[in-house]
Design a protein around this ligand. Structure first.
Ligand SMILES: *[C@@H]1O[C@H](CO)[C@@H](O)[C@H](O)[C@H]1NC(C)=O
Length: 448
């Protein structure tokens, strides 16, 4: 078996240019003690970096938690743990993809951590559902320009200051070690709304989720948009009254009786009102991504690799409504290519489109899940994105992949390899004591 795999690896390698592989660090790699950040287990990090280097792994991805680094007060940064991480990486010739994680850790799939966003925020605005349920995972993007701390800073100001501090206090001290910065743009670090919330058992797979357009700033924004477009009636009430709740399933073996917004036709996503609302909702998300990437380019200049993560909403994909994508903020229905809009927004500033669920092969009619069609669409979106260069050049420069769930076998690894050919990089989720190092070696060999 080993021999066959090796031959296969050699053939594949010849066919594809090298794709650097990274592995994600545990969520709990850094913690705070007496207000100072530190590596939770420094020796573990040293051993792993050395091991990764010895099998030819290019680097690691790590969260850099806002809620830890700036825990003590506005602009009171403590990057000690990340300096330490960069020093160990440098010694072992391991590169870092650092995720600036402006979201809370805890409450999502696979989370074994509890890191809230900073507690010193004044009157933070959180996303809300129609019923007034809110989540503290990430500050509502509708409040991006609302002053929210004792220094009078808005969330966009805080993100900018954090990016700048990370640059001067970590990157400039270990030149070349942080090879890429990923800008956190929402829950789980992804450019999306928190439409599917595991917290409090609100949502379970494969519910359609809920629109998050009901905090006070969202209500004002949709009202303004409706007036500007001459349809003031559309701006009343924040969102569709007939979109149901988190666990409605208007696809697969579910039905849309409780969420007729997704049924098509009268009062539905593909009416004038539906188009108005979904355009405003998805454009607001794109604007947030645009604002963040604009700031990131100003801080980091034109040369550094910058990325943004896009969520892999693969359920409900095989339906007309693509409802789960709509609530997450991807307007991928009714003839609109939601991922092309994202890809163009990112490509404009040479931002890498980092996409998940590259390992998934299973298609599920009960949930209308089509991960492979989805990944294919996102790769096409990046190939065809605005800007200079051939389709292949764009994929190589601007598309990076991850797996969504832990990988347990070679089927999933081979799917990853197939999608990763011709892309910029792949990052495996996630390093732990039970990581199968044969899998890591296999990936590195297949993609080198
Ligand atoms: C809405 O419009 C009002 C009046 O023009 C303006 O003052 C306010 O800033 C706008 N709010 C948003 C969120 O666009």
């Amino acid at each position: 078996m080993q021999f066959i795999l090796s031959i296969f690896a050699a053939l594949m390698a010849a066919a594809a240019a090298k794709v650097p592989t990274f592995v994600m660090m545990p969520l709990t790699t850094v913690s705070t003690v007496n207000g100072k950040t530190q590596l939770t287990n420094r020796q573990w990090v040293q051993e792993k970096f050395s091991g990764l280097s010895s099998i030819g792994m290019h680097g690691i991805m790590s969260d850099c938690w806002w809620g830890l680094v700036e825990k003590n007060g506005p602009k009171q940064y403590d990057f000690t743990a990340y300096q330490d991480m960069a020093a160990i990486a440098q010694e072992n010739n391991i590169k870092i993809q650092m995720v600036l994680s402006f979201h809370a850790c805890g409450g999502n799939v696979g989370d074994d951590c509890n890191i809230p966003i900073p507690q010193w925020l004044e009157n933070p605005a959180y996303y809300q559902t129609r019923a007034g349920t809110y989540t503290k995972e990430y500050i509502s993007l509708f409040a991006d320009r609302v002053p929210m701390d004792s220094l009078g800073r808005t969330p966009l100001d805080m993100y900018r200051d954090f990016m700048q501090a990370f640059k001067t206090q970590v990157m400039d001290m270990y030149p070349g070690t942080v090879e890429e910065v990923q800008v956190g743009a929402g829950p789980s670090g992804e450019l999306r709304y928190p439409s599917y919330q595991l917290e409090g058992g609100r949502w379970s797979y494969c519910g359609v989720g809920e629109f998050q357009s009901y905090d006070e700033y969202a209500l004002e924004s949709v009202k303004n948009a409706s007036i500007a477009q001459g349809v003031p009636m559309y701006g009343l009430g924040g969102g569709p009254s007939n979109a149901g709740t988190f666990n409605c399933k208007p696809y697969g073996n579910g039905n849309s009786n409780d969420c007729p917004f997704y049924s098509g036709g009268f009062d539905s996503f593909n009416t004038d009102y539906g188009r108005f609302f979904l355009s405003w909702y998805s454009n607001s998300l794109l604007k947030h991504g645009d604002d963040l990437t604009d700031i990131a380019r100003q801080v980091y200049g034109s040369e550094l690799a910058l990325s943004m993560k896009i969520a892999g909403i693969h359920w409900g994909y095989a339906s007309n409504n693509h409802g789960a994508e709509l609530t997450a903020g991807y307007y991928n229905a009714d003839g609109v290519d939601g991922y092309a809009l994202v890809a163009d927004m990112l490509a404009k500033r040479d931002i890498i489109f980092c996409f998940t669920c590259l390992e998934m092969t299973h298609e599920d009619n009960v949930c209308a899940s089509r991960p492979k069609n989805l990944v294919g669409q996102t790769q096409d979106a990046v190939r065809n994105a605005q800007g200079q260069g051939s389709a292949e050049d764009k994929l190589k420069k601007l598309y990076a992949g991850e797996n969504a769930l832990p990988i347990h076998g070679y089927d999933a690894l081979n799917q990853v390899v197939a999608w990763s050919k011709g892309t910029r990089s792949f990052t495996l989720l996630r390093l732990s004591d039970s990581t199968n190092w044969e899998h890591l070696r296999y990936l590195v060999d297949m993609l080198k």
